[in-house]
Write a protein that binds this ligand. Sequence first.
Ligand code: HEC
Length: 127
Amino acid sequence: MKANLLSSLILCSVLAAPLSAQAEDGGMTEAGRQIFNHNCTACHSLEPSKNTFGPSLIGVVERKAASMPRFAYSEAMKASGLTWTEDNLRKWISDNEALVPGTRMRHVSITDQAEQDYLISFLRSLK
Ligand code: HEC
């Protein structure tokens, strides 16, 4: 109990540290986490291999599209033949319906290059 309290205090002070004090990558990943929380967590769980309304995104970078077992992907996604390279992820989050017409995922539009960088950095950290 005491140890738990202590570790959460330590965690809090780590999270409260200004972004500039963190390593560049850590800062980007953290910014990406916030964008993810804001735009994606409603449908994508961060628990490994747990599908909610959307498929789990753990390990999504370089994964083949529509490859999570037990998730009911749209026919469009299954037929897309895509691999989630950084380039395709960029296209997906800037306009998913243009990349895969007929997808079941609600339209998202993150077109700001820096926001895309942060989000992709965060997705890469999901292992
Ligand atoms: C309203 C719910 C919803 C939101 C919000 C949402 N998604 Fe999705 N996402 C889905 C669904 C449903 C699918 C499956 C689409 C299909 O089969 O056509 C999906 C599929 C994906 C895939 C393909 C995964 C695979 O296994 O092939 C990626 C990558 C993805 N989403 C990323 C994101 C990101 C990043 C965000 C936030 C910017 C986001 N999604 C927001 C519901 C959502």
